[in-house]
Design a protein around this ligand. Structure first.
Ligand SMILES: Cc1ncc(COP(=O)(O)O)c(C=O)c1O
Length: 284
């Protein structure tokens, strides 16, 4: 079951007009929200980032947070899996094709649920491969825009190389992955690029940094050079669907000894414990 413009329906019944600006221009924004045991995880943070993305493309939020919560809660109930991945998209609606904003349109609002596919034990225990590529996206990567063609092409480079992610370098500095944020452990310190217009402010990125601060994991926000990435003790990628994954090969070479590092193992345990605690609190 999905939600489209005020109605819940099976996905096979859902259609949008071809003149939707999401289809014509990629003129929209989105969120991906994991649901664990029927509980949308960090929903407040996702709705806050949705608002920031809408502000970034000058589109009025069609719903108050309480209305979003209500629709999302209903959709979670209408779908079977206990663990789900919600995809939520808002576009600038349907209008005659012209670049300028239409004078009056109703935004298109679409929410779908898919079964959540968590990282596999093999990915967690052995890590994944990554490659690097030049970050050739626009300069507003903080907006979670549905215009994802650069990200799609960059991710495909990783797939073509038999890897899981492409880590992006802009002016010699690590920005993020094609669909993830990136962390590095160097000299025992957890490093992450500071938030800027050149990366998406990840919900998982924030949580990892919160957990690091709360548990005395030495960490620092600063630029990470290509050389530092290549010589890192550990590299991780994070996202709502992949949680935290260790990168154990980079451009075909092992990262350190080619095994997930001890800082990763600690953070992975802290993350799982945090999730379990949130669910215990919510379900009593
Ligand atoms: C480009 C990009 N950066 C970072 C992330 C991670 O963000 P989050 O942790 O909120 O899923 C994503 C998520 O898909 C992404 O597409």
């Amino acid at each position: 079951m999905i939600y489209l413009n005020g109605e819940f329906m099976p996905i096979e019944k859902a259609v949008i007009p071809v003149l939707d600006r999401g289809f014509i221009f990629g003129d929209g924004v989105y969120e991906v929200i994991p649901v664990y045991s029927r509980l949308p995880f960090r929903l407040g943070e996702h709705l806050e980032r949705l608002q920031a993305s809408l502000d970034g493309i000058r589109l009025e939020n069609p719903h108050e947070d309480s209305a979003w919560q209500e629709k999302i809660g209903r959709l979670v109930e209408l779908n079977e899996p206990e663990d789900q991945s919600l995809y939520l998209q808002v576009t600038r609606g349907v209008a005659r094709r012209a670049h300028a904003f239409p004078a009056r349109t109703t935004p298109t609002v679409f929410i779908m649920s898919s079964p959540l596919l968590p990282p596999t034990p093999n990915q967690i225990n052995n890590g994944v491969g990554a490659i690097t590529a030049a970050d050739n996206r626009w300069a507003r990567c903080n907006v979670k825009s549905t215009s994802l063609l650069p990200n799609v092409l960059l991710r495909q480079l990783a797939i073509d190389a038999g890897c899981a992610e492409t880590l992006l370098l802009r002016d010699g500095q690590l920005t993020e992955g094609s669909a993830s944020n990136a962390f590095v452990v160097s000299n025992g310190i957890l490093l992450a690029p500071p938030k800027s217009n050149l990366m998406l402010p990840g919900i998982t990125y924030d949580l990892v940094l919160e957990l690091a601060a709360a548990n005395n994991v030495a960490h620092e926000l600063r630029n990470i050079s290509e050389a530092e990435l290549a010589g890192a003790d550990e590299i991780w990628i994070t996202s709502s669907s992949r949680e935290i994954l260790p990168v154990t090969t980079l451009n075909g070479r092992p990262v350190n000894d080619g095994r997930p590092g001890h800082v990763f193992k600690r953070m992975h345990a802290l993350y799982q414990e945090y999730k379990a605690q949130v669910m215990r609190t919510a379900h009593g």
